[in-house]
Write a protein that binds this ligand. Structure first.
Ligand code: G16
Length: 541
């Protein structure tokens, strides 16, 4: 490996003096103008990771839910998973290295990870529709090639599609074909097989309205639509022909503002959903006859999916170990419903898909969803093999349950949360169970809640524990939150530094919307006071 050549090339992607970025919740994210050096260096790191694992590694250029002027990058590990934590540290080190230190940092990573320089490397690259993404992905390619890595540039892809491609390539196509056509065919075949069983449940002309956040989801849904159009018609809004990415639309906007996206024509009781900017999150919603907006977030999606899987297993007579994984943002009512009514074990992890995914792998079937709509279901290899065998062997009702389970396994993207795959899963389950969106929503009543953002000088002053439910620093912050929470009924609140935006997130829930709003505001104020707030003081809503 020619480190001299790397340094020469690196000078063309110079790091702005003093800029230090961290590999956060989902990779690096900031204003696109500051990312050229990061992209080049992540191209280098992907080659090292590929050599070490002797596998294909993915590099996705996206900032997902962030505003259009931001961008970001994340690396995808061999099984389509997020990058391993020890390599996140290498990523941060490499990203922060001054030009003259690059050879030393690269050599240190190679030594620590026993990377064989002679080993071949292969990297696949994808990008979202941001104006900055194409140029930044060229910088990734520059990093890959200067270290002698081979690459395939998929161009425009949703993030979960790139996760799928990486998994396919490293599983010798056992998981599926590593092409867009392979992805569309796998999902649509499973969807059609699954919904075949729904013929007796009435609603033959199913349709759903999709807000695509003016992002890549629109392009990819259009590309895929004809594969499943007989079972489901989708009507796209915010498809990117006008309007800015994630601006007043998309899953993050709908979830955090608890209102419909702009540009969506909603008739009463119609089923609608929103993707985020790179189509790895989905939330559902509808307006009732009185014009009230109802949000169906990741928690209710997890409940729908896990209760459906439980019913099929009961039909089949198989008692498998199902677990649901949530984060601190999960609505208290959802956790109570899952534990007390459904009798499913629920686990809470830190925010970030990598944490939920990892925990979900401990179960025969692990269903994980963040409240913001990011999630999927994972089936252990042994379970998948068994179900697929039973689907061939059994007949009658048991055979039907096994076939449905076998199809749903194929319909889930088991590498990452995927808005397209999740939408098809949800639409299939609603069709099979003959459920309307209102009936689904009525499973339990969410506790009123509010999320706010607070700007502080350095969000790293806040450190948390207990799956981010308790703040350990700055001193006095947790005590102040505890005192505020005591004033309200059924109340809960926590704060944590975002790993994707330069802000602190505040979450509060209580027995009424007024109390949740008030509590969130009061907690924001103590964050502002104790954690170095900057700019305008939080205002009551
Ligand atoms: C990413 C992560 C999610 C996380 C979200 C917000 O989502 O993949 O797991 O919930 O960021 O993270 P934070 O609260 O740390 O900013 P996305 O859809 O933006 O890639």
């Amino acid at each position: 490996m020619d480190l001299e050549a790397v340094c020469k090339r690196s000078a063309c992607h110079a790091k702005p003096q003093g800029l230090v970025l961290q590999y956060g919740t989902a990779g690096f994210r900031t204003n696109a103008q500051h990312l050229d050096h990061i992209m080049f260096r992540m191209g280098l790191l992907a080659v090292l990771r590929s050599k070490q694992t002797r596998s294909t590694i993915g590099v996705m250029v996206t900032a997902s839910h962030n505003p259009e002027e931001d961008n970001g990058v994340k690396l995808i590990d061999p099984l389509g998973e997020m990058l391993a934590p020890s390599w996140e540290e290498h990523a941060t080190c490499l990203a922060s290295a001054e030009e003259q230190d690059m050879p030393r940092v690269l050599t240190a990573i190679m030594e620590k990870e026993a990377v064989d320089p002679q080993q071949a490397a292969f990297v696949v690259i994808g990008r979202d529709t941001r104006p900055s993404s194409e140029k930044l992905s060229q910088s990734v390619i520059d990093g890959v090639t200067v270290l002698g890595g081979q690459f395939h540039d998929y161009g425009l892809l949703t993030t979960p599609q790139l996760h799928y491609m990486v998994y396919c390539r490293n599983s010798g196509d056992r998981y599926g074909k590593a092409t867009i056509e392979g992805y569309c065919q796998k999902l649509s075949k499973a969807f059609v097989e699954l919904t075949k069983q729904a013929s007796c449940s009435g609603d033959e002309n199913r349709s759903v309205k999709v807000d695509c956040a003016n992002g890549i989801g629109a392009l990819k849904l259009k590309e895929m639509e004809h594969y499943f159009s007989q079972g489901l018609s989708v009507q796209l809004f915010n498809d990117g022909t006008e309007g800015r990415l994630n601006h007043l639309c998309g899953a993050d906007f709908v979830k955090s503002h608890q209102k419909p996206p702009q540009g969506m024509e909603m008739k009463s009781n119609e089923r609608c959903c929103s993707f985020d900017g790179d189509a790895d999150r989905i939330v559902y919603y509808y307006c009732d006859a009185n014009g009230h907006f109802h949000l169906i977030d990741g928690d209710k999606i997890a409940t729908l999916i896990s209760s459906f899987l439980k019913e099929l297993l009961l039909e089949l007579g198989e008692s498998l170990n199902i677990g649901v994984i949530q984060t601190a943002y999960a609505n208290g009512s959802s956790t109570r419903y899952l534990e007390e009514v459904m009798k499913v074990p629920v686990h809470c992890t830190k925010t970030g898909v990598k944490h939920l995914h990892h925990k979900a792998q401990e179960f025969d079937i692990g269903v994980y969803f963040e409240a913001n709509g990011h999630g999927t279901a994972l089936f252990s290899e042994a379970v998948e093999v068994k179900i697929k065998r039973l689907a061939q062997e059994l007949e009658d009702e048991k055979g039907k349950a096994a076939k449905m389970l076998a199809s749903i396994i194929d319909l889930f993207n088991q590498a990452a949360g995927d808005a397209i795959s999740d939408m098809l899963v949800i639409e299939a389950i609603l069709a099979l169970k003959g459920l309307t969106v209102q009936q689904w929503d009525a499973i339990y009543v969410d506790l009123p809640n509010r999320q706010l953002k607070v700007k502080v000088a350095d969000r790293r002053v806040i450190n948390t524990t207990d799956a981010e439910r308790q703040a350990v620093t700055p001193p006095g912050l947790q005590e102040a939150i505890n005192d505020l929470v005591k004033k309200y009924k059924l109340a809960r609140a926590f704060v944590r530094p975002s790993g994707t935006e330069d802000i602190v997130r505040v979450y509060a829930e209580a027995d009424s919307q007024e109390s949740a709003d008030r509590l969130a505001y009061e907690v924001s104020l103590v964050v502002f006071q104790l954690a170095g707030g900057i700019g305008e003081r939080p205002q009551p809503s």
